[in-house]
Write a protein that binds this ligand. Structure first.
Ligand code: NCD
Length: 307
């Protein structure tokens, strides 16, 4: 279906629907006593992580193992990268060892794209700089469809640190492709210039959209990427752009609250809101495995029927 998975920009609504439908079929493998199917037996997947990660790396590892692929975990710490080996030589080394797919996370936007020039293996982007994180967007779309029955026509608000967020760029793009109405909400300093051209609305007033929101998507305040002050204080951020029980109660009927993790409880979301019944944050994590299985399966296996 796809040679590589680099950006939500490359995916049509049909591609997205195929990935979500395939994930639907793979999801129940997790409920079996033996959570494994042999469709990628003999294939080798390398997780190449140059940036920290908990859920994305583990999720890709579980996904590949449930499809019976062999998995190699590579992190820059403890490898020859710490001796100065660059991305190209690392990639060529993996290629020479015959890996079939490389799942890559890198702090430089465009690193996964670059990798495709050097290796035959399929490349899956697991987050590059501020640019893209397509499997996060796909698992979010899967969760929205599962919880609300559709994506088209829904009103989604993506709230917070859009500026530094590859997740926001990917999720907004995926939602727009699937026909949802998207509004970006945050302080002017955290909305990227030119965001209006993404096919979304922009507001700085969260309370003006709360009642009209079916999907409230909160972003992590990315302190590690902030070289300067973008807002007065965490307390002020929480008051103006955070979600608490009061804002939760004012959401549209049946609305859901999402967050890609890791959360700063007490900043973009209060602890009680994070654990509220309409928060689907843990379901996002669970669904991430099925969606990544689907991507790996469609890119590496394909023809064999999963039974
Ligand atoms: C995100 C990431 O690393 O881009 N986390 C994730 O993959 N679940 C979001 C973040 O770090 O805020």
């Amino acid at each position: 279906m796809l040679d590589d998975l680099l950006s939500m920009e490359d995916l049509t609504a049909d591609h997205i629907t195929t990935i979500l439908d395939t994930a639907e079929g793979l999801k129940d493998i997790a409920l079996r006593p033996i959570k494994k199917v042999p469709v990628l037996r003999g294939r080798t997947v390398c997780n190449l992580f140059f940036e920290d990660s908990t859920r994305t790396r583990i999720s890709f590892e579980i996904a590949a193992k449930r499809l019976s692929a062999d998995v190699i975990n590579f992190s820059a710490k403890g490898s020859s990268v710490s001796k100065g080996e660059g991305l190209k030589d690392t990639a060529l080394t993996l290629q020479a060892m015959g890996v079939d797919a490389i799942v890559v996370r890198h702090s430089a936007s465009g690193a996964p794209q670059q990798l495709t020039q050097w290796v035959e293996a399929k490349v899956l982007n697991a987050g590059d700089g501020w640019h893209q994180h397509p499997t996060q967007a796909l698992l979010d779309l899967f969760t929205i469809r599962q919880k609300l029955g559709r994506i088209e026509g829904l009103r989604a608000a993506i709230v917070g640190d859009v500026f530094h967020s590859r997740v926001a760029r990917s999720v907004a793009q995926g939602l727009v492709t699937m026909g949802a109405e998207v509004t970006l909400v945050g302080p002017p300093t955290l909305i990227p210039p030119g965001a209006e051209h993404w096919g979304v609305a922009v507001t700085h007033d969260l309370d003006s959209v709360v009642e009209k929101t079916d999907v409230m998507y909160l972003l992590r305040v990315q302190r590690e990427r902030m070289g300067e002050q973008f807002f007065p204080s965490s307390r002020e951020y929480a008051r103006v752009w955070g979600v608490d029980q009061d804002r939760l109660a004012r959401l549209a009927q049946g609305a859901i609250v999402m967050h890609p993790g890791p959360m700063n409880r007490g900043v973009e979301i209060t602890a009680d809101a994070a654990d509220a019944p309409n928060s689907v944050i843990t379901e996002q994590v669970t669904n991430g495995i099925a969606v990544r299985m689907s991507c790996l399966y469609l890119m590496l296996g394909g023809e064999e029927v999963v039974t």
